[in-house]
Write a protein that binds this ligand. Structure first.
Ligand SMILES: [Zn+2]
Length: 241
């Protein structure tokens, strides 16, 4: 436990001190003045040994983030999408707790061949079985046939309606969390739940830090020259032979 703290949740004062004393950072820019619970994850704040620090600076030159950010997805899904964690600050040196929400993307069908999503349903004969679909609705919300506009696949390889409508996570970076909150008016159970949320955030930040340390322990950065295919324009003349 590096960021996470143990505390006595029987004491209202201890819990209030914990949430009000927690490190905070801007959710957007400093001029926006919204802040939320945060942790500074700049390398010199991670409690690394000098040997780890050298490896960490090497790692910083690579796209390593995707290798270690799984705890954010776990946290977000545990919170049913109501909270998530993002990075903020110059060089993304801070992990910040954000308000978020799952929202429907509005897509109704998708292609089984290329995955392309579509905002219309595929019309099937049983769509009218309920007797509520009028010709106007069909014209507006449905396509006749299931040909994919992107790859042209149809029939059993073409578009099919979603059983579960797809969702995406919308993050609200402008919203502050608990800024100027009067915790003394909260009930013990409200406070406990809230402390658990913040501690779960701290725990996720610890997991990210652990992942990073494991990454620099077990992997090293190697340099290689890559050949990048490039499209160029050249002149081709049709000379009479
Ligand atoms: Zn397709």
């Amino acid at each position: 436990m590096f960021f996470e703290k143990t505390l006595d949740k029987r004491s209202k004062k201890v819990m209030i001190d914990f949430v009000t004393g927690h490190y905070r950072y801007n959710t957007m820019n400093s001029w926006n003045r919204s802040t939320s619970y945060a942790h500074n994850i700049k390398l010199h704040k991670l409690g690394l040994t000098s040997e780890q620090l050298n490896a960490a600076y090497d790692m910083l030159q690579t796209d390593f983030w995707d290798e270690i950010d799984q705890p954010i997805a776990d946290f977000t899904s545990e919170m049913s999408g109501r909270y998530t964690i993002g990075t903020n600050g110059r060089s993304s040196g801070y992990l910040v707790l954000y308000n978020s929400k799952y929202e429907l993307t509005g897509h109704k069908s998708h292609c089984r061949t290329c995955g392309q999503r579509n905002y219309r349903y595929v019309y099937t004969p049983d769509a009218t079985a309920e007797g509520v679909i009028t010709a106007a609705v069909i014209a507006r919300d449905y396509t006749i046939g299931n040909r994919c506009g992107a790859c042209g696949a149809e029939g059993e390889y073409g578009r099919v309606n979603y059983t579960l409508p797809p969702k995406r996570l919308s993050v609200y970076p402008g919203k502050s969390i608990d800024q100027n909150e009067e915790f003394s008016e909260w009930s013990m159970s409200e406070l406990r739940n809230h402390v658990e949320l913040v501690r779960r955030f701290d725990q996720a930040c610890d997991e990210i830090r652990d992942n990073f340390i494991e990454l620099i322990r077990s992997c090293k950065v190697v340099e290689e020259v890559v050949m990048i295919p490039k499209t160029v324009k050249r002149i081709e003349c049709c000379h009479a032979s």
